[in-house]
Design a binder for this molecule. Structure first.
Ligand code: ADE
Length: 247
């Protein structure tokens, strides 16, 4: 998969992209991340990308021209069309099901905002899907873009080995993961549940399922069918429609 990122701060990305699973995903060719500096697409000699808001108010707003120029330049070079995604606290809440949907795309173009926000014509003219990673405002879209890249990369076929299969993790079946244990059998008076040491795979699977359901009921009852009030975003943006995962 190809992920293009349009950002004013490309220097934020390498440390995360060069570590752990993202490093492996890139080294093995499953994931290619292309960083594009928005400032390179500014039209004036000051390379300005933002301006004061019409109507007054605090902060600066990202101008439409550099963003349109950048998107058009990036897309002109693409072999396969990329899904445009704007990272914004006003977007649809990112979740496992969306990560899985995006992991099936051949290419993505992530647009990272900064400052007070985007000129609205970036939304209306480029019609990106809009994603939020949670109900809080970050300084910019760079960390959200890394969150999205990380969540997607581990779902790409062949990235995780059998041992770490994403299928058994939290959220993949609409519930949280079961508890995990490793050696020692006893640590500071806390013992590994005996069932995990029996070698009886059926009993172990049943225990894990019970634990996962109990964890989910206690911590995240909303995943088991109760509506999650904070996740109801009326307009997810074009093309982002995720079916609810059955518990
Ligand atoms: N940009 C700023 N805050 C954000 C958030 N919570 N999600 C996505 N993009 C953002």
């Amino acid at each position: 998969m190809d992920i293009h990122v349009l950002t004013l701060f490309p220097e934020v990305f390498p440390a995360v992209l060069d570590a752990s699973i993202l490093r492996i995903a890139r080294a093995s060719g499953h994931l290619r991340v292309h960083l594009h500096n928005l400032r390179d697409h500014a039209a004036d000699r000051h390379r300005s990308v933002d301006d004061r808001p019409f109507g007054g108010g605090p902060g600066m707003v990202l101008k439409p021209e550099p963003v349109f120029r950048a998107v058009e330049a990036i897309e002109a070079e693409l072999e396969r069309p990329a899904r445009r995604i704007l990272l914004t606290p006003q977007g649809r809440r990112f979740c496992h099901a969306l990560a899985a949907e995006l992991a099936a795309e051949p290419a993505l173009l992530l647009l990272c905002g900064h400052y007070e926000g985007f000129d609205e014509r970036i939304r209306t003219g480029l019609a990106p899907a809009e994603l939020s990673i949670g109900d809080y405002v970050l300084t910019g879209g760079e960390l959200p873009a890394l969150v999205v890249i990380d969540a997607i990369a581990r779902l790409l076929d062949g990235v995780l080995g059998h041992e770490e299969s994403a299928a058994s993790e939290s959220f993949s079946h609409g519930r949280l993961d079961h508890p995990h244990y490793t050696r020692p059998v006893e640590f500071r008076g806390m013992r590994v549940p005996e069932v995990l040491r029996t070698g009886d795979h059926e009993r172990i699977a049943a225990w894990r399922l019970r634990q996962a359901l109990e964890h989910t009921r206690v911590r995240r009852g909303d995943l088991l069918g109760k509506p999650e009030s904070g996740n109801a975003s009326p307009d997810p943006g074009p093309g982002l429609h995720v079916k609810e995962t059955a518990p």
